[in-house]
Design a protein around this ligand. Structure first.
Ligand SMILES: Cc1cc2nc3c(=O)[nH]c(=O)nc-3n(C[C@H](O)[C@H](O)[C@H](O)COP(=O)(O)OP(=O)(O)OC[C@H]3O[C@@H](n4cnc5c(N)ncnc54)[C@H](O)[C@@H]3O)c2cc1C
Length: 407
């Protein structure tokens, strides 16, 4: 029996039933919908996995669970995901940043495939069936649903996804498992009423963002929004800093280097060069660094540069301010906004309590875990689904191997 009709639950159920026809597999889903997150994932396109074919390299994209996925990926990796879907008629394509989507650009293609497979291998589904509590007794896993129904199974895989609150894990704590405190990951930074938000829509291809008084630093595309900052560099920072930033209630200072190929010293030298070669050129009129003009102008004005000011006339104090604003622009983040495209929860079942080779609980016999319910989460780019496929597959394969196959 599988608890949770999401990506991990389906992958476990289908593969267990496929590999051992003697198994009677049922998915219990609390809501009235199956694969709801797959449907909305990747903006409706479903970013199924990432075109990364090196396990160590891939594991570096998981702020939590890095060592755990390193082990599980040996059993089912990105190439296996691509082949699994391809063998079932779903071709994936790779975008320039490595994200992989179905060629149809529709998450429904993935849903249709999983539903077809579930039906082919007679996986049963019970909707509106919320598991309220469970215990191991008499060699069986006994389950109580919230409508008071009682069920008993030989094997159970918990694939109930992430929960935003620790109390929602209580039914799993009762089994003897430890829960790493859930905190949001993958969010954007709020800068309420900050003047830079007037530049909403402006993006920089490569900026370096550092969280003050920490080692957290990321380089990559940055997008200015009407509420603050977003883009891959910010989302990655939010994932790596998920725990630390939650402790500070998402109030912290960041330092942005809009020109990461420079530091303050080398930029000052570059300025000197421009002053020598382009002394009469207006500073605001022309941007020599490939930054979006609106951003260049904003940073110049913030530094005290007047519209007509020429490079030769820039006072030292203004130049210092401009260099600082370009290489070490400071702002205070006050709160977060959930990134709707790919929100995940960090935290969940403590990984030392799960055997990465089988996905079996080290606390309860014949109990397995798959997907986001465990303390594994990746940055954006298809990494969270890859963990769901991998852990679901390994759990399904182990369950299938535990009882004799009858034909
Ligand atoms: C908007 C959005 C877009 C995303 N896009 C991407 C993307 O493109 N690529 C990517 O890699 N990741 C993406 N993610 C993350 C990814 O969707 C999740 O990591 C993944 O779905 C986790 O799969 P899961 O099966 O573990 O959990 P879920 O998909 O959350 O499924 C868990 C299921 O269990 C059910 N359930 C919970 N508790 C119980 C209970 N007690 N009894 C019975 N049933 C229960 C839930 O109703 C749910 O259906 C996205 C997330 C969001 C929110």
């Amino acid at each position: 029996m599988v608890i949770g009709g999401g990506a991990a639950g389906f992958f476990c159920a289908i593969n267990a039933a496929r590999m051992n026809p003697a198994l009677k597999v049922t998915i219990l889903e609390k809501s009235s919908k199956l694969l709801a997150k797959v449907k909305v994932s990747g903006g409706g396109r479903c970013n199924v996995t990432h075109a990364c074919f090196d396990i160590t390299e891939m594991s570096r994209r998981y702020p939590r669970g890095q060592n755990f996925v390193k082990k599980t990926f040996h059993q089912f990796f990105t190439t296996d995901t691509i082949n699994w879907f391809e063998e079932r008629g779903v071709e994936l394509k790779t975008e320039s940043d490595g994200r992989m989507f179905p060629v149809t650009d529709s998450s429904q293609t993935i849903i249709d495939c999983l539903m077809r497979e579930a039906s082919q291998y007679n996986v049963g589904v019970q909707l509106n069936s919320e598991v309220r509590s469970m215990k191991y007794e008499g060699g069986k896993i006994q389950i109580e649903l919230s409508d008071s129904r009682l069920l008993a199974f030989d094997y159970c895989c918990i694939a109930s996804g992430g929960y935003p609150k620790s109390s929602m894990f209580d039914w799993l704590k009762e089994l003897g498992h430890t829960i790493e405190e859930p905190v949001p990951s993958l969010f954007t930074f709020n800068l309420p009423n900050h003047p830079i938000t007037k530049l909403m829509g402006v993006s920089v291809e490569k900026a370096k963002v550092k969280i003050q008084n920490s080692k957290l630093e990321e380089e990559g595309p940055l997008l200015i929004t009407h509420w603050g900052l977003s883009g891959p560099a910010i989302l990655r920072l939010s994932a790596w800093g998920a725990r630390q930033l939650a402790v500070g209630s998402w109030q912290f200072a960041i330092i942005v280097n809009w020109l990461p190929e420079f530091n303050e010293q080398s930029l000052r030298e570059k300025f000197l060069q421009i002053r020598n070669t382009n002394a009469s050129q207006k500073i605001i009129g022309k941007n020599n660094f490939g930054l979006p003009n609106r951003l260049w102008e904003y940073l110049a004005l913030q530094s005290g540069i007047k519209d007509e000011m020429r490079w030769a006339d820039m006072p030292a104090v203004v130049q210092n301010k401009f260099v600082k604003n370009l290489c070490a622009y400071e702002c205070e983040v006050k709160g977060k906004t959930t990134f709707k495209e790919e929100f995940v929860t960090a935290g969940g079942i403590r990984l030392s309590e799960v055997d990465a080779n089988t996905m079996m609980s080290k606390k309860v016999p014949n109990l397995f875990f798959a997907g986001e319910v465990m303390d594994v989460d990746g940055i954006t780019g298809g990494f969270n689904f890859q963990h769901a496929w991998t852990s679901g597959f390994v759990a399904g394969k182990t369950i299938a191997s535990l009882i004799p196959t009858f034909f």
